[in-house]
Design a binder for this molecule. Sequence first.
Ligand code: NAP
Length: 293
Amino acid sequence: MTAQRLDGVATAATVKAELRARVDALRGVGVTPGLATLMVGDDPASRSYVSGKHRDCDEVGIASVRVELPASATNADVHAAIRDLNAAREVTGFIVQLPLPAGLDEQAMLEAIDPAKDADGLHPTNLGRLVLGVQGPIDAPLPCTPTACVQLLARHGVPLAGAEVCVIGRGLTVGRSIGLLLTRRGVDATVTLTHSRTPDLAEHVRTADVVVAAVGRPHLVQPEWIKPGAAVLDVGITRERVLDNGKARLLGDVHPGVADVAGWLSPVPGGVGPMTRVMLLDNVVSAAERALL
Ligand code: NAP
């Protein structure tokens, strides 16, 4: 069997077209959604991520604002910048680009963001709303990568109702919250959350109809772990230096041989990553729509 591709690039292009139409409708009533990024210091990877987010905004008509502070910024400086963004009328959503330089309290900064403007969907208030909102629509920003995974499956017609899902990794950005989305009424998957201390990880994966690998260990998930025909989402990313041209190669958590067993497979790059980026834009547009109500 050769797995069908869960194509994040093509699906993200479809979502962007939908977002462009929503942005046009908002502009029609005098509202321009705006994303701000707050970056502290000059980490090259962070700078590249932030630039990508601004390019994405341009593509769909979202205004974007860059706020940059030097690596020497204090907790008070960053708090003041967050307060300004909370108050800025032209900013409907913003992110604090992580990691912050050593010595800054990341958790405190994330909690200082106005939950209504939380573009990453990781504010404790919004995660709490996800816990409470097991049925009906959720009227709050959603965590971008977990939502990207669910959308990628749903938009390829991979059934989730009644499916056994094995999530590998209990990190904050993916594993911790994805079960809250997958087990909502109407989605109705059954989720097992595994981590580095799970005995016999392979046994859990073998029974799964859907596998979400969110670890950051290249090629951890082996072909013989996969139930034939299962859908496999490769979320983890490891950058491997390629010495001859100095560029980094991106490696996923899933061994390439899984493509011969799985029914569906998301590639790295080109799978969950592009979908995560559009889910950030969706949170910004949704926040602007909510503010109109
Ligand atoms: P994280 O906070 O570092 O979490 C990693 C998780 O993997 C931890 O729960 C850890 O378990 C678990 N783990 C480590 N080794 C394991 C093993 N051998 N077997 C089973 N579980 C193991 O990372 P994260 O923020 O959740 O991100 C996970 C990965 O997804 C990273 O590679 C990240 O770059 C990637 N990511 C990709 C996107 C995207 O858009 N494609 C977005 C977000 C994140 P313990 O808790 O027991 O240590």
